[in-house]
Ligand binder design. Structure first.
Ligand SMILES: NC(=O)c1ccc[n+]([C@@H]2O[C@H](COP(=O)([O-])OP(=O)(O)OC[C@H]3O[C@@H](n4cnc5c(N)ncnc54)[C@H](O)[C@@H]3O)[C@@H](O)[C@H]2O)c1
Length: 332
């Protein structure tokens, strides 16, 4: 299939581009490099053994999208391009809605004009807000608690409404839990600019001696060791989930939202210990107050994704830490 991957130079997009290329798809990456290094497309080619095409463009630019669709004639689109920092989204909500919502809308209009009817969209577990039930099924109410989560919720709604109006549309919105790790080659991975927002890249930087210690936000939650439990998923498992979702979107019309997680919980302290084992380094940490907005536990119910696509996560916490450490070691 000819697949347009927006945000394909980013963290999850680059790993997905590798998996798509290795599965034999023709890939064009569309990215404005707002949050990616320029040499990522070359590194993708080195890992995959084949290159993807590259269009440097902004997903909010309708004229640029029309040109890309005319040139490449994609049969499917995987849409990663967007802004993703929850804290920043609360400070500059209009920018988040412009890129994440208006950008997605512009892309869907370009798809409609070109007759492209297969879409996989990057949503997030943040659409659920504070969970009523653990593990969280797709039928859980959607109650985002910040503008980033709302931007994902709004795009899900737009895709759903588009599917109602266009019965031929095959679309899958994937609700990711906590992506971590890197490709085992250590040629691609997550390269956060400034202070990492997420736990594992932070822990990796402490292990590498770039930061003094990890702050553990709260050890008095109702969990086995008192620290927050999350559903971490290896980015290569997540990349493979996109391949499966693309096949599902291509298999027939309909719009579906699916969780992508392992269904297994890992606490902050477990993550720190696993990273110490993977890196052979001691990781200093200190307990600080709970962070407003954090929930005690967030775990996916991944059963529907498995049932619909046959996909299930295969890589464990040790592999997540080992691959993240190999990547971090190449950076510092
Ligand atoms: N990483 C996570 O924890 C996580 C969790 C849930 C959902 N998501 C979603 O998955 C998607 C990919 O996330 P990621 O972690 O790979 O982020 P990322 O920032 O590494 O990748 C996003 C890519 O999109 C590009 N981009 C940003 N704005 C653009 C624009 N206007 N036009 C074209 N390209 C643009 C960036 O340069 C970057 O390469 C995002 O939509 C994000 O919201 C991420």
């Amino acid at each position: 299939m000819r697949v347009l991957v927006t945000g394909g130079a980013g963290y999850i997009g680059s790993h997905t581009a590798v998996v798509l290329l290795q599965a034999g798809h023709e890939v064009v990456i569309l990215d404005n490099f707002a949050n990616a290094e320029r040499d990522v497309p070359e590194r993708i080619a080195a890992v995959a053994g084949r290159a993807a095409g590259l269009e440097e463009a902004d997903v909010t630019d309708a004229a640029a999208l029309a040109r890309v669709f005319a040139r490449f004639r994609p049969e499917g689109v995987i849409h990663f391009a967007g802004l993703k920092a929850v804290g920043e989204a609360a400070e500059v909500p209009l920018e988040y809605y412009r890129v994440n919502v208006a950008g997605s809308l512009t892309l869907m209009q370009a798809m409609a004009a070109a007759g492209c009817m297969r879409l996989v969209f990057s949503s997030s577990a943040t659409v659920y807000g504070e969970p009523d039930a653990i593990p969280i099924p797709e039928t859980h109410p959607l109650r985002p608690t910040n503008p980033y989560g709302w931007s994902k919720r709004m795009v899900e709604q737009i895709v759903e409404d588009w599917g109602r109006a266009l019965p031929g549309l095959g679309a899958v919105t994937l609700r990711y839990f906590n992506p971590v790790g890197a490709h085992p080659s250590a040629l691609i991975g997550e390269a956060p600019r400034g202070t990492p927002n997420n736990l594992m890249p932070f822990v990796a930087q402490v292990a590498a001696g770039l930061r003094p210690r990890v702050s553990v936000f709260g050890d008095d939650y109702d969990t086995p060791d008192g620290t927050g439990l999350r559903d971490y998923i290896h980015v290569m498992d997540l990349a493979e989930a996109h391949l499966a979702a693309l096949d599902l979107a291509a298999a027939g019309p309909g719009v579906q939202a699916l969780n992508v997680g392992t269904g297994r919980g890992c606490s902050v302290l477990e993550m720190i210990r696993a990273f110490e084992t993977a890196s052979g380094r001691a990781i200093a940490f200190g307990i600080t107050a709970r962070r407003p907005g954090d929930v005690a536990v967030s775990l996916a119910d991944p059963a529907l994704m498995r049932q619909r696509t046959g996909w299930a996560a295969r890589r464990d916490l040790a592999a997540m830490c080992a691959d993240a450490w190999r990547w971090q070691s190449r950076q510092s």
